[in-house]
Design a protein around this ligand. Structure first.
Ligand code: FEO
Ligand code: CA
Ligand code: CA
Ligand code: CA
Length: 583
């Protein structure tokens, strides 16, 4: 930890109580204000938001997207910046005027597709303080949707499994959706991560023979969660089976070049990507840690072949295309010490570690397109839903939220050292130490927080580690980020019933952890039935942005500002005295 910031001074704010109110509650001395909400005009010519849901698809293409999740702030100068903000999915009951959960026309599917993707939002400082506002008009303001032009790069680009009737080249693809969290490269581009892409695909063909590879990515061909295939054949897996393989990737966007084409980087593997925690190893190679958020899925690491060259950005073009993808195995230590152990990274390289034609892999592209299968083949550890990963800037240790796992302990998902609780309702935060070398093959790990609830469970494994108390209890850690000083910001996406296992936990919330002492304090609580997610700062760390996602998904919220339909929104957090957030 930074020598000038002893641990007892790291958390400089007062922890607050849990809340079930339909509003944002924040620690004293701080302000949380809405920067932008779903549907606000963004691009030139955009119409006003219609709170009754009557905006058209064409309107939505020019408005801020829905369900904002991961995001990054890109400074231009002291008073101007650009934010890249994921729009993960939609709440159909609020998107459509009819209030139902299914699209009833191609126009409604197009509106849904237009509300997905990424919003690029220019912002400017208000006066000389710490508050910012959206800049309109701005040449940077842009919408990237489920129908935007993109290209593939890396080892799988052009592969027959990525070719479709509309794109025989296998190199051009339309759109991104299910954009959960994010990453930022050292050369100033944005990484957006495609997560629950499977829920958009299906078919009415009753006898459709779902392949083992489609099942491995949980395709439910006859009961898709969203009904895009009813009106858009691109999403009908019987008609366009390979379109399914063209999603589930990490996409690079240059937010400062409005004419740039986003790139899907196949070298980073295809799975349900949560975020991309980017760091530079001591030898200059780029390292990206990534979680696959599904029960029993894995944690991955990508190491570039070349080194980062900040002075010559053009030299960085291939860093996300040429490198090695690894997957993690977590083992206990010899003594069987609880909550710690050793681990190793196993390379997912064609021809090695059993990734051979005999085991169903014909080339490196198949290893990447079916990364889940490859990870299983090499013996990766089944984790409790890996969500965000964040790297401590002071010691290089990586932290990952394992949000929960209702199936842990069931057949096919036995307990293991790193995932030790049956029916894991609270989740845990695991961390690993690679000895200061992010390219290392081996690591030591421990559990930073085994989340729990001392109110519901005064004793036993569901009480949690000692840093969990009746005052800070929470479930389902998800968003995660370090600030410059080394404070660990923890955002939750869990149950908000405030009953039973969850009694006393209130709505979803944001907390701050001290990585050294382990202390955790509650900083902010969101409105009803939202999750808090997406965290980014201005370069001076005096303004923080956090997302309120899907408020009122249970129909019980009017956030923000007594809105007739609740709206996902970006919050801007500042201190009344203008100080550094959290200090
Ligand atoms: Fe979109 Fe795993 O959260
Ligand atoms: Ca989310
Ligand atoms: Ca998440
Ligand atoms: Ca989650």
């Amino acid at each position: 930890l930074a020598e000038d910031l002893p641990p007892n001074r790291l958390l400089g704010f007062q922890g607050i109580a849990a809340s079930t109110a339909d509003e944002v509650t924040i620690t004293p001395g701080y302000r949380a204000e809405v920067l932008i909400s779903w549907g606000e005009p963004l691009v030139d010519g955009a119409p006003a938001f219609d709170p009754q849901g009557n905006n058209s698809a064409a309107d939505q293409e020019k408005q801020f997207g829905d369900n904002n999740d991961g995001m990054s702030f890109f400074p231009i100068d002291d008073n101007h910046g650009v934010m890249a903000i994921n729009n993960e999915y939609v709440n159909e009951q609020y998107l459509f005027a009819h209030g139902g959960t299914k699209a009833t026309s191609l126009e409604e599917v197009r509106k849904s597709q237009a509300a997905h993707g990424v919003s690029i939002v220019a912002v400017k400082r208000v006066g000389d303080g710490q508050r910012w506002e959206v800049e309109r008009p701005s040449r940077y303001n842009r919408r990237i949707t489920a129908n935007s032009d993109m290209q593939f790069s890396g080892p799988a680009a052009g592969h027959p499994l990525l070719q479709t009737a509309a794109d025989p080249s296998g190199r051009k693809v339309l759109g991104t959706f299910g954009n959960c969290a994010n990453g930022k490269t050292p050369w100033g581009t944005y990484l957006t991560c495609e997560e629950n892409f499977d829920t958009y695909f299906g078919t009415h063909q009753a006898d459709y023979p779902t392949t083992p590879e489609q099942k491995r990515y949980t395709l439910k061909a006859n009961e898709p969660e969203r009904n895009w295939p009813d009106y858009d054949e691109r999403f009908d897996v019987a008609k366009n089976p390979n379109e399914f393989n063209r999603h589930g990737w990490i996409v690079e966007i240059d937010p400062l070049d409005p004419t740039s084409t986003p790139i899907k980087h196949t070298a980073l593997g295809r799975f349900k990507h949560e975020n991309a925690a980017v760091t530079v190893a001591k030898d200059g190679r780029l390292v990206v840690y990534m979680g696959d958020d599904e029960r029993g899925e894995h944690i991955y690491k990508y190491v570039s072949k070349g080194v980062v060259d900040i002075a010559n950005p053009a030299n960085n073009r291939t860093l996300l295309d040429e490198g090695t993808l690894y997957v993690a195995q977590f083992d206990g230590d010899e003594a069987g010490t609880p909550l710690k152990g050793k681990g190793r990274w196993i390379a997912l390289e064609f021809g090695k570690n059993g990734l051979t034609p005999e085991n169903g892999f014909r080339d490196e592209a198949e290893v990447l397109i079916f990364a889940r299968k490859a990870a299983q083949q090499v013996g990766a550890t089944k984790m409790d839903r890996p969500e965000w990963i964040a790297v401590n800037p002071h010691d290089g240790r990586a932290y990952c939220t394992l949000t929960n796992n209702s199936k842990r302990g069931e057949e096919g998902m036995p307990l293991n050292a790193a995932n030790p609780r049956p029916n894991n309702v609270y989740g845990q935060i695991i961390r690993w130490d690679e000895g200061g070398d992010a390219t290392a093959d081996a690591f030591a790990w421990d559990i930073y927080a085994l989340c729990g609830n001392p109110i519901a469970h005064p004793e036993g494994v569901n009480r949690g580690t000692p840093n969990i108390t009746a005052d800070n209890t929470f479930n389902s850690p998800d968003g995660l980020g370090f600030d410059r000083a080394g404070r660990l910001w923890i955002l939750t996406d869990g149950k908000y019933s405030n009953k039973g296992d969850y009694v006393g936990q209130g709505n979803n919330q944001m907390l701050v952890g001290d990585p050294v002492s382990g202390e955790i304090r509650r900083f902010m609580v969101g409105p009803k039935s939202c999750e808090l997610t997406g965290i980014t700062f201005t370069p001076d760390y005096r303004t923080m942005f956090v997302n309120v996602q899907h408020p009122g998904e249970e129909g019980d919220s009017h956030f923000p500002n007594n809105s007739p339909r609740p709206r996902s929104s970006v919050l801007m957090i500042t201190r009344e005295d203008g100080g550094v957030i959290g200090a």
